[in-house]
Design a protein around this ligand. Structure first.
Ligand SMILES: [Zn+2]
Length: 302
């Protein structure tokens, strides 16, 4: 769709206007703004204009760029100590936080959810990694805008894409699958951004920004232990027909039911627990990995 100088420049200018509009209440630094323009444009190229509402709403959520100093001096009380350690050591440089706003009252049925992104901004990080981190986190939110509160198994849950977390217990389900699908999509969005570098860009700020990602073949290392197992699902027709639209519109029960329909009663739980365990499993020949592969093969063959 965006394969000429004119159309790419149009998309970038359009993205710039919408991001400025969505983030007008925040005092973002130039570096963050520039990255947001690119991610927004990459997302429109990936999803098309039909999902502009979800993309726009995601960019209205606040992004917090944290310095080392912010982390060490506990300037953000919502970041718990475990996360702080992981961010400082570079194992988890970013995360999306979903919490209830002050005016929520679950007992009166009023639940307002706030989505925020936290990115540890280390000037030594390479540009692509920062862009990827922002894109990954924004993409979780794009897929959580609609029907964020869901009733699942008789409980009130807050949804992040495919993952649903119970409001009153600290537990979540299907996180590994959500991370895998989200990262594969992030890779595709990053490739859309890299594709813009083939064109003559009029905006000097974006032209300089795109120079930093030029000639980069994008293949992230994030969640590598699960991506190979999830990729067959991502490239199957059922991803396009069932997972992609229902994850966006928030009807995630349709996705769970489709898995169970293809795999057999309650097998979706078995698959997603297997994927959750894979996040830590480095053994290429583990029994768990074998089981996941088997279930994925059954899923895509039906
Ligand atoms: Zn994630």
């Amino acid at each position: 769709m965006f394969e000429t100088d004119e159309s790419v420049n149009y998309l970038l200018n359009y993205s710039k206007k919408l991001v400025d509009n969505a983030t007008s209440g925040y005092n973002y630094c130039e570096r963050l703004k520039e990255m947001q323009y690119l991610v927004f444009a990459g997302m429109v190229a990936h999803y098309g204009f039909d999902n502009i509402k979800e993309i726009y709403e995601a960019f209205r959520c606040k992004v917090n760029f944290l310095s080392r100093d912010d982390l060490i001096n506990n300037r953000y009380s919502e970041i718990d100590d475990d996360y702080k350690e992981m961010m400082l050591s570079g194992t988890v440089p970013t995360f999306t936080d979903i919490y209830l706003s002050d005016d929520s009252n679950p007992f009166l049925g009023i639940i307002n959810v706030v989505n925020s992104i936290y990115i540890y901004y280390n000037p030594n990080f390479i540009y692509n990694s920062m862009l990827e981190a922002l894109c990954h986190e924004e993409n979780h939110i794009v897929n959580s805008i609609n029907r964020q509160i869901v009733f699942y198994n008789g409980k009130i849950n807050v949804r992040t894409g495919l993952c649903s977390a119970s409001l009153f217990e600290k537990s979540n389900q299907f996180l590994g699958l959500e991370e895998g699908i989200n990262q594969l999509q992030t890779n595709d969005i990053m490739n859309e951004i890299i594709n813009f570098t083939k064109f003559k860009i009029d905006d000097s700020m974006l032209s300089v920004a795109l120079d930093k990602v030029r000639n980069c073949h994008y293949d992230s290392t994030a969640y590598r232990t699960i991506l190979n197992e999830i990729r067959p699902i991502y490239i199957s027709p059922s991803y396009k027909n069932i997972i992609l639209p229902n994850r966006l519109n928030g009807n995630i029960e349709n996705i769970y039911n489709d898995f169970n329909h293809r795999l057999g009663e309650d097998k979706f739980m078995e698959l997603s627990t297997g994927i959750d365990n894979l996040v830590k499993d480095k053994d290429p020949f583990s029994y768990n990995r074998y089981k996941v592969k088997q279930l994925v093969n059954t899923y895509i063959s039906k």
